[in-house]
Design a protein around this ligand. Structure first.
Ligand code: SF4
Length: 419
């Protein structure tokens, strides 16, 4: 029986030809993407994909790799969804369940400003008040009708405290996006995957109404209609196959073609965590992760900002396994948010590398590490993407090229390594 075309073996030479055509055209199309993706386990094919993606990145982004110095505010770790790989979400009653008071947000922001952070990353569970009466009461006691009301106030506190919020709160409707826009420089939602299979019985998103791919695509559309600089991304290795990965990247590309608001695509590998139903699942091997970062560059094109979080791709044991160097030749141009103050509350087992170390290794690979705002330099200069009060705030943080600049205030270490 013959193999379907997408799974038929490829030689390194054939892969080089497919990649060269994609780099020349500025984008990799679906059939060759499926074929290359199915053969990424072949070293010669993977190397061809990496080389093409790196050349594409160098042509459009030069030798710059960016990073955003941030604080991480896990506004509430209650969530109505139950993704089987998640350790962030807690049940109400758990000693680890926590929702931030505004004074606690204020305190975290103060620490961020003192250590030169610009971005206040608001990260929280999805609609906990729908699932938990106790959380509805917690909100009501503070005069809020929903988690979004709480979030709007937290973003206001962070903005007025001298930072630029970036919100990642799960599914938000058009009115909620509009209420958050005046206090946020950017927002985001990982598309994660377009595969509806992930919601089937026994799959990771079975008990997650907010992980319906169509619902997530719709929120991307709404953000596009409101001109919100938006971060998206793909979650790698939760059970999706090659065709589904390529489809996810194709949908991201289509959204960007139609709205132009996607400022970055994160390629985030799944990490099995103890005490979760997926603790025994096998994650993708590091070279394959790098291969999919490169595939994202080739599919999404040279202008897209491609991010792989450095704390999720280096060995969880902390061993220096060369993964950052591999990624630095895979076409990425961003390391995401790195905090000198707070841990990654979503992946607390994976510490962020120190900015100094990230800079050293980026430079050793022949590239430059520059700090950015939550929004990328090319977006910083586009008025249509910002509410007027955010637009007026941007020059305080951005230099003429749109990168983070040292300021006279507490954010004075931007562009430099924190002590
Ligand atoms: S939606 Fe997010 S916070 Fe909620 S369970 Fe899933 S991964 Fe965890």
């Amino acid at each position: 029986m013959s193999l379907p075309d997408s799974e038929s073996p490829l030689t390194a030479h054939e892969a080089e030809a497919l990649v060269a055509r994609a780099v020349d055209a500025g984008r990799l199309e679906r059939p060759p993407a499926e074929r290359l993706g199915a053969n990424l386990h072949v070293e010669g094919v993977r190397e061809a994909v990496l080389a093409g993606a790196h050349a594409s990145k160098l042509a459009a982004k030069g030798d710059v790799v960016t990073v955003s110095r941030n604080i991480f505010v896990p506004l509430t770790n209650l969530c109505r969804d139950r993704c089987t790989y998640c350790t962030f979400a807690k049940q109400p009653g758990s000693p680890e369940a926590k929702s931030y008071e505004l004074d606690e947000v204020r305190e975290a922001v103060r620490g961020g400003v003192l250590t030169g952070c610009i971005e206040a990353l608001m990260c929280l569970g999805d609609k906990p008040e729908v699932a938990y009466r106790v959380h509805r009461e917690w909100l009501e006691a503070r005069g809020w009708g929903s988690t979004t009301d709480h979030l709007v106030e937290a973003c206001r506190v962070a903005f007025e405290g001298g930072m630029l919020p970036h919100t990642n709160a799960g599914i938000l409707d058009e009115q909620e996006l509009a209420a958050l826009r005046p206090w946020n420089a950017s927002m985001g939602l990982m598309l994660e995957t377009t595969s509806p299979r992930m919601r089937d019985k026994g799959m990771p998103h079975m008990h997650c109404p907010d992980k319906d791919p169509q619902v997530r695509i719709r929120m991307h559309e709404h953000a596009g209609e409101q001109k919100i600089p938006f971060t998206t991304g793909m979650l790698l290795g939760i059970g999706e196959n090659v065709v589904e990965r390529v489809d996810t990247l194709m949908v991201i590309r289509d959204l960007q073609d139609r709205h132009g608001h996607l400022q970055e695509a994160i390629i985030q590998p799944f990490h099995p965590k103890p005490d979760t139903p997926m603790r025994a699942a096998s994650p993708l091997r590091d070279p394959e992760v790098a291969g999919w970062v490169a595939m994202a560059r080739l599919i999404l094109g040279p202008e897209m900002n491609i991010q792989a979080p450095p704390n999720l791709v280096q060995s969880p044991t902390g061993a220096d396994d060369g993964m950052l160097e591999l990624l630095l030749r895979s076409g990425l141009n961003d390391w995401g948010g790195v905090s000198p103050v707070t841990v990654d509350f979503i992946n607390p087992e994976a510490p962020w590398p120190a900015l100094r170390e990230l800079r050293r290794r980026t430079e050793a690979a022949g590239q430059r590490l520059l700090e950015r705002l939550p929004v990328y330099p090319e977006t910083v200069q586009q008025r249509e993407f910002f509410d007027s009060q955010v637009w007026e705030r941007l020059p305080r943080f951005a230099n003429d090229a749109g990168y983070a600049r040292p300021s006279k205030g507490g954010n004075s270490q931007s562009g430099e390594e924190a002590a």
